[in-house]
Design a protein around this ligand. Structure first.
Ligand code: ADP
Ligand code: MG
Length: 482
């Protein structure tokens, strides 16, 4: 990424090694393989407590590695050999949204790879009850789900929690925001009293105290300060007139050339206008707003996360629950009137040990909001001149990948390996040219290197996936959708 001044990454000192923890050699080797060489601060603070079996309330910002902090604890306790427990749910994780539940399940499965046959099941709304019921009948050790759907299964007797030994409330603050207090209470009441309860949250509103008093036993508390603003995130402010705001976003993109940018607007209309401006200028941009159907939303998120869309434009509400790593930049197209929202927005870049770029546009009438941000972060913002935003060399900013959509997904029993095999086998592409593969229920999305997009489309259409002909199309404005 090009920057006017060279960034001096204040590399955070590495945290303590996982080998300090009472984990099996296989679990440690797996962590190493995943590139988890040391613990993040919230992991270092909470894992010793959680592994010792205590109840725990942990508070740390988004992107700080909370999932592994509870996942390693619950996995460590699973009894996989006990025949009486083999088909019983031993750990339950409640999450506020389906997307978060899916992400948590993915992380648990990655961390569970060192063990044989840990079964992790997600139970969320939007999928048919009967398929979930059937999956439950096959048995699962770990269930991850949203409160509403978990209750449905409990009430119908599909899900029994009498062998549960770990209950996790992930993103507890958000679940409370969404009005899930009573649902959480209902679920907790069905769990054995001597279970361990782990509560994770980015903030600590009053409801959390109420939750912990009712459902936890002498919980220990861990709080990791959000110390990212100074060290991990480079913040730059630009003063704009309202009528040059949207155009300035393209100047920022051409100057800094971030691969993935999340752009926040205060209104849906502003999101639409910005996407129009960016598309007209040849950028790859998609809007995320509340009016999208779940399927469309999934498709947008897949394209952004697999690096085949440069800019995701969203309101704060629409971006809720989004967890995308490798976000080079956040652009605050409008200044948020709420300084906490600003801090939350910029906290999405600069995760774990990467440095992020937070670019903010503010007009004269937003200076009051900027003042509030300065108060909350305890430092003045730094202003930069618009004149520095000269285009960097490299031509038009394009995402490195392109998404191919294959008609057919889990329903057709397509697996990621089948698609990878089809592209790297007969079709002759290298693994390095293939990016993320997402298999959804009815569609499969595969990211491929932009250079080979057309050829890959051709060869996938001519060839076979899992022995069958498939329909494939390109999801890309610039290359045209076919
Ligand atoms: P949170 O739940 O706090 O928002 P996540 O658990 O989603 O954060 O973790 C954010 C990202 O950091 C994930 O991509 C995860 O794979 C990565 N991560 C977690 N722990 C480590 C670690 N110890 N070392 C390197 N990366 C990690
Ligand atoms: Mg999380």
């Amino acid at each position: 990424m090009n920057r006017t001044e060279p960034a001096t990454p204040a590399a955070a000192p590495p945290g303590p090694p996982f080998s300090q923890l009472p984990l099996s050699a296989a679990a440690l080797a797996n962590l190493e393989q995943l590139g988890y060489h040391s613990m993040t601060p919230v992991q270092a603070a909470s894992l010793p407590i959680a592994l010792a079996g205590h109840d725990l309330i942990a508070q740390a910002k988004t992107g700080s590695g909370k999932t592994a902090a509870f996942a390693l604890a619950l996995l460590n306790k699973l009894k996989l050999d006990d025949p009486a427990l083999r088909f019983k749910v031993q750990a339950l994780v409640l999450c506020p949204t389906r997307e978060l539940a899916d992400q948590v399940a993915v992380e648990i499965r990655r961390l569970a790879r060192s063990e044989d046959n840990v079964k992790t099941l997600t139970l969320c709304g939007g999928a048919p009850m009967h398929t979930q019921k059937a999956s439950l009948e096959h048995g699962a050790h770990v269930v991850v789900g949203t409160p509403g759907r978990i209750i449905d299964h409990l009430e119908r007797g599909h899900l029994v929690l009498d062998a549960l030994n770990t209950l996790v409330l992930d993103e507890a603050d958000r679940m409370l925001d969404m009005g899930f207090f009573d649902d959480i209470a209902k679920v907790a009441k069905q769990c054995p009293k001597d279970r361990q309860t782990l509560l994770f949250s980015a903030t600590y509103p009053e409801g959390i105290v109420k939750l912990s008093q009712q459902f936890m036993r002498a919980p220990k508390e861990v709080k990791v300060q959000a110390q990212h603003t100074a060290s991990q995130i480079e913040q730059r402010f630009y003063e704009v007139k309202n009528d040059e705001r949207l155009h300035t976003v393209s100047l920022l993109l051409n100057h800094f050339r971030p691969v993935s940018t999340l752009a926040f607007c205060n209104t849906k209309q502003q999101c639409r206008d910005l996407v129009d401006v960016l598309l007209a200028q040849g950028f790859s941009a998609l809007a995320l707003h509340g009016e999208l159907e779940q399927r469309e939303r999934d498709q947008v998120l897949v394209q952004f996360a697999n690096r085949s869309c440069s800019v995701l434009v969203a309101t704060d509400v629409a971006a809720r629950g989004l967890d995308i790593t490798q976000l080079e930049a956040v652009i605050n197209v409008d200044t948020s009137p709420d300084p906490q929202v600003h801090i939350h927005r910029i906290g999405r870049t600069g995760r774990v040990d990467e440095k992020g770029l937070a670019l903010s546009l503010a007009s004269m009438d937003e200076m009051g909001s900027v003042g509030k941000i300065e108060q909350v972060q305890g430092a003045e913002v730094k202003w930069f001149p618009l004149a520095e935003l000269t285009p960097a060399p490299g031509g038009k900013l394009q995402p490195p990948m392109v998404t191919l959509q294959i008609v057919g997904g889990r329903k057709e029993k397509i697996r990621a390996g089948d698609v990878l095999g089809a592209l790297t086998g007969e079709a002759g592409f290298t693994g390095a040219q293939i990016g993320k593969i997402n298999v959804n229920e009815f569609s499969t999305y595969v990211a491929v290197d932009r250079q080979i997009a057309r050829a890959a489309l051709q060869r996938l259409s001519d060839g076979k996936v899992k022995g069958k002909k498939v329909k494939v199309r390109l999801l890309d404005e610039a290359l045209g959708t076919r």
